[in-house]
Design a protein around this ligand. Structure first.
Ligand code: RAT
Ligand code: ZN
Length: 415
């Protein structure tokens, strides 16, 4: 393959980044077979919890009054305050416009009613096809919660599999709310107690295996507070040591740890009420040393933890940093974090996941992240070219594929 000349580097790299299909390793999307759980369209886009939080800073409306609105009224209210009475410049507000523009909706004169009308052209199946094609996504990984009765019921009916939506077994209550986990498991017929005795641990392992067999997840996942410690004397240690990690090992599944969320700092905001705290990587180091045969996918929510996470990843091949999570998914921080990772880890990380909750968000979250990744790569390849090193299309294609797809599949044992 010929070398890419300096003058062509930008256009070739940008083109390869656009053409490389994405494996989106963490979303809250569902395939159409899950019915109402799959959110899409104008009203859902406009009532995304990121926008609710931003609207509440601009509108005098009371929390209860807003909560009592229908989804359509909420969307109208958010439009009024974030799009009509101010310019939609925040990442979440701009994202709606990118998404609409990508599916051909003219946002220059649109209002919510007009946008709703445009969505009437599509069935959900057509819209899923359109979004996956436009965003160039191979598949997304869902967040599948067996502790949620609605979702559990659907899995128990053996919903048809759509290969563009793969599962991840989400297990938060086991590590963050043991009494809730135990009461749900008891209702489901597992003989468990919060003392986590041997019988209980065997039952929890059985529960995890049942759900792994049912979902065929690509990994297990949990999101954790910034205070997460390991090892500790509390049930978290025993849950990891005697229940979760042995099952992860024998089923060859990574465990995804999403660390740094302070839940419900403002409960009035419901989903939008969570915040961030600094965590440090001591617990991750301890886990990686203690369980060298387990694999850990890790994302951290605070900006301050990003450098330390890269350094920790340099020490452990069973640790894979991923994504610019939630409040980090804004251009200035994606750029900073991607640069630090390239400089400290080369191509051995997963740069992004979308965390999309609404199907349409795949369109903007990936368009914005692709652009930033391409710019970061152009800068780094230019530095390489300056040394005399040859950059070929083949090499760039391989590197970008590693970032957007293969690193995850390899780490998850699927490649
Ligand atoms: O990004 C989000 O929408 C958050 O509310 C959470 O879903 C977070 O990503 C999580 O998975 O806990
Ligand atoms: Zn999430």
């Amino acid at each position: 393959m010929p070398n890419i000349s300096r003058s062509q580097l930008r256009s070739v790299v940008t083109d390869i980044v656009e053409r490389t299909p994405i494996v989106d390793i963490h979303t809250h999307l569902y395939s159409p077979a899950f019915g109402d759980l799959l959110l899409w369209g104008a009203d859902e886009l406009l009532t995304y919890h990121y926008l609710v939080a931003e609207m509440m800073r601009r509108s005098p409306i009371g929390y209860d009054e807003f909560r009592a609105f229908s989804t359509r009224e909420k969307a109208n209210h958010i439009w009024e305050h974030l799009y009509r009475l101010s310019s939609p410049i925040s990442e979440a507000a701009r994202g709606v416009l990118t998404a609409l523009q990508t599916v051909g909706i003219d946002v220059s004169r649109a209002d919510p009613e007009e946008i709703r009308q445009q969505f009437k052209h599509w069935t959900v199946e057509e819209y899923v096809d359109l979004v996956f094609r436009k965003a160039n996504i191979e598949f997304v990984v869902m967040t599948n919660d067996p502790f949620d009765s609605r979702e559990r019921a659907l899995w128990e009916q053996n919903i048809p599999v759509d290969s563009r939506f793969r599962a991840a077994l989400r297990i938060d209550p086991l590590l963050t709310d043991l009494s809730r986990a135990c009461s749900i498991l008891s209702e489901l017929g597992y003989a468990v107690s919060t003392r986590l005795d041997d019988v209980t641990c065997a039952q929890i392992r059985r529960f995890l295996r049942v759900w792994i067999d049912r979902m065929d997840p690509l990994y297990m996942a949990v999101s954790l507070p910034p205070t997460f410690c390991f090892p500790t004397d509390d049930p978290v240690r025993r849950m990891l040591d005697s229940c979760i990690l042995p099952v992860a090992l024998d089923r060859e599944l990574p465990l995804a740890l999403m660390i740094g969320v302070k839940r419900q700092v403002n409960p009035h905001l419901q989903l939008a009420g969570d915040s961030v705290g600094k965590a440090g990587t001591q617990a991750i180091e301890n886990l990686c040393v203690a369980y060298p045969d387990n694999r850990f996918l890790v994302t951290m929510l605070s900006r301050e933890d990003q450098h330390q996470l890269c350094v920790t990843a340099r020490k452990f091949r069973n640790l894979m940093p991923f994504g610019c999570w939630w409040f980090l998914n804004v251009p200035s921080l994606i750029r900073e974090i991607t640069m630090i990772r390239l400089e400290l880890l080369g191509f051995s990380f997963i740069p992004q996941h979308s965390d999309a909750r609404i199907l349409d968000q795949l369109l903007y979250k990936w368009a914005h992240s692709r652009k930033i990744a391409a710019e970061a790569l152009v800068e780094k390849y230019t530095d390489l070219q300056r040394t005399g090193w040859s950059i070929t299309e083949e090499a760039v294609t391989r590197d970008v594929r590693d970032l957007f797809r293969d690193n995850f599949l390899r780490f998850a044992g699927r490649l």
